[in-house]
Design a protein around this ligand. Sequence first.
Ligand code: NAD
Length: 311
Amino acid sequence: MNYKLLGRTGLRVSAIGFGASPLGNEFGAIEPLEGERAVHAAVDAGINYFDVSPYYGRTLAEQRLGAALAGRRQNVVLGTKCGRYDTDTFDFSPARVRSSVHESLRRLRTDYLDILLAHDIEYAHREQIIGETIPAMLELQREGKVRSVGISGLPLRLLADVAERGSVDLVLSYCHYNLLLRDLDQILTPIMERLQIGLINASPLHMGLLTAGGAPSWHPAPQQVKDVGAQVVKLCESRGAEPATVALRFCLAHPYVSSTLVGISNRQQLEENLRALDTKPDRELLAQIETLVALVAGMTWVSGRKENSDV
Ligand code: NAD
């Protein structure tokens, strides 16, 4: 496993991070014991970064991750979030940030978080995030409950603006840098580099779309993107390549991102994803993928409040 410093946080995170949203059954019900074994195997393989949220499975993912990490907490960089609690339930107020962190600490069976992110900030008023939410998170940092603070969400211009005007250590972006979409580097990465803010790239499989199982029913991508994703999967398979391994390998080559967060449900997925670390990129296959993906270049979707949207 390779490790990189996360901006100026002092945290060293593994190139592959463990996305724990599947532990909350976000992509369909998982076998809980198998999920726990995947967490243990990930730690054994050197994955040290784990990302979760009270939103995933409406606290179920935090409960399961906390139980799975019992006895291993000191070996990992543990991050959770605040502000989002259900599909349409958001509260980014300072009081809720504080109560949320205390609840997460209990569920995660720890007394500090390495990373706290405001979750899906496009659903909030951006001035509240800058003027109230981040200051409340920084207060928890001063109290030692949290080591680093940041933001997550979909619209890149919003993340860039809040990172420039707020005081954050890291930003988590998703579905903007993978085989299907690459606009992260046009909009967000240069600002992160200039400010030395840590950058996490999540959803290398475009939230399941670049897997044989395909997109979950709630996937918000336009149908054209889903269709091209399915074609990319078929193309990889026809060349004897595992789609998830190809997709993750592509993301791991990013020069500034510190960790690529992939959602993991079981040990088989973990093993396939770990293989991306030693796989050489197949240039011919990537060129063919480029041709397919050109049909849906730059296609994303609306998330959150209209005024926060990039599209
Ligand atoms: P992803 O692109 O990582 O895809 C996850 C899906 O692919 C799951 O169904 C998983 O079981 C499956 N999968 C993983 N490896 C596989 C393999 N080798 N073969 C077949 N299927 C495989 O999407 P994601 O889970 O949404 O993103 C990763 C993590 O990043 C999340 O779990 C979460 O922790 C984080 N994230 C955060 C935000 C946010 O803060 N707003 C948004 C998206 C993701």
